[in-house]
Design a protein around this ligand. Sequence first.
Ligand code: ADP
Length: 357
Amino acid sequence: MEILLVEDNPDHFEIIKSALVGFDYGVAKVVHAKSLDDAKEQILSSDYDVILFDLSLPDSTIQETVDFLTHLNIDAPIVVLSSLNDLGIAKELLRNQIQDYIPKDEISPSFLNRVCTYAIERKLQQVKLEQRNKDMQAFCSMLSHDFKGSVRRIGHIASFLQEDLQERIELTDKESKFFQSIQRNTTSIQSMVDSLHEYLTVSYTSLTFEKIDTNELLESIEYDLKENQEKPFDLTSNAELVSLYGHRSLLTHMLLNLFNNSIKYNDSKPDINFSISEVAGNRLEITIKDNGIGIEEKFHKDIFKPFRRLFSQEEYTGTGLGLSIVKRIVELHKGKIKVTSKPGAGTTFIITLPNAG
Ligand code: ADP
């Protein structure tokens, strides 16, 4: 076990070093770095099992040390020891993969032992999780490129085959239906792959939030729906639409998904009402209300789960991922979504978001 202790104060160094005696993993060696430059050199020269880092160093300000640590991409767990009890700095460090932040005056052998043990275990889990995320992203891009490409080619080959055959013979109704079925199924696989890719990657979208004029947003969504929906529908909204603060394309996607469902799960002319208003607790409430077929109460939680569908493809087509993606988008905006609905009485989705505007 090799520990790097970055600490410029010799007294503190001795206290911390002696607190490391009896360490669960058995301390082989404690290497001492007295400055940030010294620490950089040590980190490059060896793979430490744990790095204990003091924030006040002679050759850097606290912010410079924090910046250095938050951009450091190494496998060793880092525990920050500080005389400062600054919650802001602690949060910034913990959000950026630093394993722990402990005030120096709390150090005792048993405490330090526990902190280092947890830091090592947490880091191991984190490295495993990062590897799994990388694998998943590789799988996602394989899925969306190669797999979809092959399915698209099957569709093309089937339509060439159909054209060739039609030049020579007259296809029976049954044969034509087979070809239609191939096209329907290849399209359905492609849209399933698109939705799955989106569901798996939406959390990795880099989030740039901006102030969004809701009237403008709604206009562009209505335009998009009219271009792509075969079914006529009415879309109304409340008079005063307050602005939103969020990720424009994700929010557009979220509303398109909800509006498309309001149109799809509807056996009469869809009538959708959109409203957004400020509510107590400095939050915004968005409601999307439709006059569709409604949803039984026992399914209200289930519909947000991936692949949960209440109907067969023959009744209403879909992938069962739309609402799970909507939920992820809402959560990326630190919001919540719920549904109120009864069969035959329409459905209302209620989204609350922080009013950050
Ligand atoms: P999909 O529409 O692809 O099946 P979703 O995740 O968007 O998947 O929706 C999950 C299920 O919730 C749908 O299969 C449908 O049964 C139900 N649902 C969603 N929106 C509505 C709505 N506006 N009205 C009635 N049922 C709905």
